[in-house]
Design a protein around this ligand. Structure first.
Ligand code: C5P
Length: 210
């Protein structure tokens, strides 16, 4: 059983996916962290996030050290991630790992929850349940701003909103696996939903498909 959760940045899909995996006893893969790790590898080695050869090399040799690096959540890493994510060869290098995780979830779990941008459209088009989680840009920027301040990153709100709009634009406009809801995805707008309400809705949708 595979639960695919897609949506734009800071829509609440990560929190939702983690809680769903916990409650269902499924394995969880945050696929954004793979793209972030590639972005971080480039920043750490002094490469430009637009250096495709370096990005592909990093994607092919991702190690667990980068995937658990606290720098993964930095704003600069997110921006670099969205640049490397537009490169088809980088996406191709990360595809098998994601599909294998979904097909054979680690730890013998009887299912997997994957979140990202193209899980329901490209990575797992046959997922049992697909959710597309959104929220208004200002709401998402407020959440992202709070998260960054909580970690001591003081980025002005206006810049967080501008970065988020730019990242949405890049994720939606790219030719390779653009961000869009799969035709059979259930839309979940979390603009006015607290996390427990969003979780309850997601569970009701999943229960209807099990
Ligand atoms: O979700 P998160 O903000 O961690 O993702 C970072 C970036 O990675 C996104 O802006 C997006 O460009 C890219 N991404 C992607 N496909 C995925 C997951 C993330 O293109 N499945």
């Amino acid at each position: 059983m595979i639960v695919a959760i897609d949506g734009p940045t800071a829509a609440g899909k990560g929190t939702l996916a983690r809680l769903l995996a916990r409650d269902l006893g499924f394995a969880y893969l945050d696929t954004g962290s793979l793209y972030r790790a590639v972005g971080l590898a480039l920043l750490r080695t002094g490469h430009s996030p637009d250096d495709e050869a370096a990005a592909v090399a990093a994607a092919r040799s991702l190690g667990s050290d980068l995937l658990t690096d606290p720098g993964l959540r930095d704003e600069a890493t997110g921006n670099a991630a969205s640049r490397v994510a537009a490169m088809p060869a980088v996406r191709a290098a990360l595809l098998d790992y994601q599909r294998e995780f979904a097909r054979r979830p680690p730890g013998g779990a009887r299912g997997a929850v994957l979140d990202g941008r193209d899980i329901g459209t490209v990575v797992c088009p046959d997922a049992t349940v697909k959710l597309f989680v959104t929220a208004a840009p200002e709401v998402r920027a407020r959440r992202r701003h709070l998260e960054l301040s909580g970690r001591g990153e003081d980025v002005p709100f206006a810049q967080v909103l501008a970065d988020l709009n730019e990242r949405d634009r890049r994720d939606q406009a790219r030719a390779a696996a653009p961000l869009r809801p799969a035709p059979d995805a259930h839309l979940l707008d979390t603009s006015d939903l607290a996390i427990d309400a969003a979780l309850a809705r997601a569970k009701a949708i999943i229960a209807g498909r099990m």
